[in-house]
Design a binder for this molecule. Structure first.
Ligand code: SAH
Length: 254
């Protein structure tokens, strides 16, 4: 089958974080599909069709892009950050597995991007310097009970935890519940970083502690990094603090 589908990571926002590979893939596409807010970041090109859709329509968007590619077109699907992290690359794979057999013959390329946790971590130091994991706090696609079990296991095992999708208008109370649970497994002084809209003009970074984290606002553009027992903060004169997790750790677990 001659059609091509590229699932492209746009990075966290700043155009300087777009890879050359992503730029090339965008430039050669006949059509671009994506959540409208991400599509707005892609410069429009003459002759290139654009199909914006709502954030919650990922399966339908993936299927539409695959149908289009199966007609022989060179189709791009865009994601914020990395397309393989809580994003469109898995949605496309799900549709290929469930869809018409012919979709398996398409040339599918996943173009990586800088994911939010890496962009936030780089702003504050090296909080992901040792073992870490990433958990989405959204219970749209999994039960809340599973999220709580994973948070407890990750905190108890000494992982630094990157929290994606920490809050939305539809889920205002879940971050508070998650923080309460984490306080049962980690010291009150554990470092926590809130990175909002990182690399965009309205970027905001807050370094706080587990004890005080409830006072920091969070929304869908926020990524939170919860330190482990090993994570440290270096306070500096005239410069922002550096948060890091040392490469050698003693193995502290709850
Ligand atoms: N594929 C994306 C993640 C999609 S889930 C990636 O790799 O980054 C959406 C979540 O990503 C948001 O709720 C937020 O937690 C995080 N996020 C995306 N862009 C961000 C940014 N610029 N600053 C902070 N967090 C961001």
């Amino acid at each position: 089958m001659s059609g091509r589908l590229a699932v492209i990571g746009l990075g966290p926002g700043d155009a300087r974080y777009l890879t050359r590979e992503a730029e090339d893939a965008l430039a050669s596409a006949d059509a671009v599909y994506g959540y409208s807010a991400y599509l707005d970041r892609v410069p429009s090109r003459p002759g290139q069709a654009r199909h914006g859709s709502d954030n919650r329509e990922e399966p339908a968007r993936a299927a539409a892009a695959l149908r289009h590619a199966a007609e022989g077109a060179n189709v791009a699907v865009v994601s914020g950050g990395d397309p393989g992290v809580f994003a469109m690359a898995a949605a496309v794979c799900e549709q290929i597995e469930a869809g018409p057999h012919g979709w398996r013959a398409l040339d599918v390329q996943i173009v990586p991007g800088i994911t939010a946790m890496l962009a936030v971590a780089a702003r504050v130091g090296a909080p992901l310097g040792h073992d870490f994991c990433a958990i989405s706090l959204s219970d749209n696609l999994k039960p809340w009970d599973l999220i709580e079990r994973r948070l407890a296991a990750a905190a108890a095992a000494g992982f630094v935890i990157a929290l994606y999708n920490p809050a939305s208008r539809a889920r205002p109370g879940q971050l508070g519940k998650a923080l309460t649970l984490l306080r049962r497994h980690l010291p009150a002084a554990t470092a926590i970083i809130f990175g909002r809209a990182v690399s965009r003009p309205d970027e905001q970074l807050t370094i706080t502690t587990l004890e005080d984290a409830g006072r920091v606002p969070a929304d869908m553009a926020t990524l939170i990094i919860v330190g482990s027992r090993d994570t440290r903060v270096i306070y500096r004169e005239g410069e922002a603090p550096l948060v890091y997790t040392p490469r050698a750790v003693a193995g502290a677990m709850a």
